[in-house]
Design a binder for this molecule. Structure first.
Ligand code: SF4
Ligand code: SF4
Length: 389
C-alpha cells in the first residue's frame, strides 16, 4: 500500500508540519526500537561498519539527525517498505546483518530527491548507492567486487593486465585479423556462459540465502513461479523508476540503453554482426551500437557537469561503467564501418582496441563492477515480491 505523499515545497526547509512532528516524536524511540530489535534477533553489531561503508563511497551520513525528511520526500518509499532513513539508522548503529538481509537499497533508483531535501546534507541517496556497492561485494563469493570497489589501483591493474593479455594474444597469432576476429567472437559467447555459471549463479544463490532463507521467510514454491514476472519487468522495463518524480527522461534513456545493449550483444554473439552478409542484421547492429554510444555520451556528460544530485558523487566504478559502455558502442560501430569500407585490414589496431574493451568489459565490469547492479536489482524486486504477505 502506498503511503500518503507529503507535500514538499522544494528549497523551503519548513516542510510538512505533520510529518516533521511525527518524525521528531519517534526519533529517539525509533533508535531504541532498532537496538532492541537487533538484540532480540541477536543481530551482529559492527561498530566499524560506518568506516567500512565509507570505502564504498558514502561518508556524510553521520550528519543525519533523524528528522525523516528523506523518507517523507522519497517517491518510492511506502508504509510497507520505508527508506532511506531506516537504512541510515541501521548504518549508524552498525546493524550489518540487517542491512545484508535487506532489499531496500535496491528499491532506490537514486533520483536524488532525498539528498536535495536533507537539511543536514547527509546525502541519503549516496548512502543508498554505497549500500548497493557494499551488498554487491557481500553477494560476490570471489571477494573481487569488494576489492575493486575499495581499491582504484587494483582496478587499474586489472585493466592493464587484460590489455597486456590481449596484446600477447594478438602477437601470438601474428596480428592475423581473421584469426583475432574469430577468437573475439568465440570469446564473447564463452565469457557470457562462464560468468553466468561461475560467478552469477552462486552469487544470486547467496543473495537469496541472505535475504530470504536467513531471515526465516517461508515462500511456497508456487509463489516463486507466479512472481517471476516481476524479475523480467524490472530487468527490461524498470517500471518502478517511473514513480520517481521528474524521472521520465532518465527512465527513457535507461530503457533504450538496456534495449540497445542487449540487442547489440545478441547481434554480435548470436548473429555474428562483424561477419554477417545480411543487410538487415548489419543495419540493426549499426543502429543498436549508435544507441549505446549516443546515450552513454549523455551519461558521461551529466557526470562531468554534475548537474544532477546523483551525478555529484561519482565513484571510479561509475566512471568505468559509462566510459566502457560508450567505448564498446563506439568501437563496435567503427569496426563494422571499417569492414564495410574494406579498410579494417589496414587498421588492425582498431579491432585490437575493440577486443581489449570487450575483454575488460566481460571480465571486470560485468562480473565485478556496476553492471551487476542491473542483475541484482532485478532479483531484489523478485525477492521483495516473494516476501510480500
Ligand atoms: S538523512 Fe537528512 S533528511 Fe534523512 S533523516 Fe537524516 S537529516 Fe533527516
Ligand atoms: S535517491 Fe530517490 S529513490 Fe533513492 S531513497 Fe532518495 S528519494 Fe528515494
Amino acid at each position: 500500500m502506498r503511503k500518503k505523499r507529503t507535500i514538499i515545497i522544494k528549497g523551503n526547509r519548513v516542510k510538512n508540519q505533520e510529518s516533521r512532528t511525527k518524525s521528531q516524536d519517534i526519533r529517539c524511540l525509533d533508535s531504541w526500537l532498532l537496538i532492541l530489535k537487533s538484540k532480540e534477533k541477536m543481530s551482529r553489531v559492527n561498530p566499524k561498519f560506518a568506516t567500512e561503508l565509507s570505502k564504498y563511497g558514502s561518508s556524510d551520513f553521520n550528519a543525519c539527525f533523524n528528522c525523516g525528511n528523506c523518507t517523507a520526500t522519497c517517491s518510492l518509499s511506502t508504509t510497507d517498505s520505508s527508506f532511506p532513513r531506516e537504512m541510515i539508522r541501521y548504518t549508524t548503529l552498525g546493524l550489518e546483518d540487517d542491512i545484508k538481509a535487506s532489499l531496500k537499497p535496491w528499491e532506490c533508483y537514486y533520483c536524488g530527491e532525498c539528498s536535495a531535501e536533507c537539511p543536514r546534507q547527509a546525502e541519503p541517496g549516496e548512502l543508498m548507492m554505497s549500500l548497493r556497492r557494499w551488498l554487491t561485494a557481500k553477494y560476490d563469493w570471489t571477494g573481487l567486487s569488494g576489492l575493486m570497489y575499495k581499491s582504484l589501483p587494483l582496478s587499474i591493474a586489472a585493466f592493464m593486465l587484460t590489455f597486456v593479455g590481449v596484446l600477447a594474444f594478438a602477437f601470438s597469432v601474428d596480428f592475423n585479423l581473421e584469426h583475432m576476429m574469430h577468437v573475439g567472437h568465440l570469446f564473447e559467447a564463452i565469457a557470457i556462459a562462464s560468468i553466468m555459471v561461475v560467478i552469477f549463479v552462486p552469487n544470486i544463490i547467496r543473495m537469496w540465502y541472505f535475504t530470504i532463507v536467513q531471515p526465516g521467510t517461508k515462500v511456497p514454491f508456487k509463489k516463486y513461479v507466479s512472481s517471476m514476472g516481476e524479475f523480467f519487468v524490472t530487468m527490461f522495463v524498470q517500471k518502478r523508476a517511473l514513480d520517481c518524480d521528474d524521472n521520465r527522461f532518465r527512465w527513457f534513456e535507461h530503457f533504450i540503453l538496456v534495449i540497445g545493449y542487449l540487442s547489440l550483444l545478441f547481434t554480435t554473439v548470436f548473429m555474428d554482426w562483424f561477419s554477417t552478409q545480411y543487410l538487415a542484421v548489419n543495419i540493426f547492429g549499426y543502429v543498436m551500437s549508435a544507441i549505446v554510444f549516443i546515450v552513454t555520451v549523455d551519461f558521461v556528460n551529466s557526470r562531468i557537469k554534475k548537474k544532477k544530485v546523483m551525478n555529484q558523487k561519482s565513484q571510479p566504478s561509475d566512471w568505468f561503467f559509462v566510459i566502457w559502455l560508450f567505448l564498446m558502442g563506439l568501437t563496435a560501430f567503427m569496426t563494422r564501418l571499417f569492414i564495410d569500407l574494406n579498410i579494417l585490414e589496414m587498421n588492425k589496431w582498431l579491432y585490437i582496441l575493440h577486443f581489449t574493451i570487450l575483454v575488460q568489459w566481460a571480465l571486470i565490469i560485468v562480473p565485478f563492477g556496476k553492471w551487476t547492479h542491473f542483475l541484482y536489482r532485478s532479483f531484489a524486486m523478485y525477492f521483495a515480491k516473494l516476501k510480500e504477505k
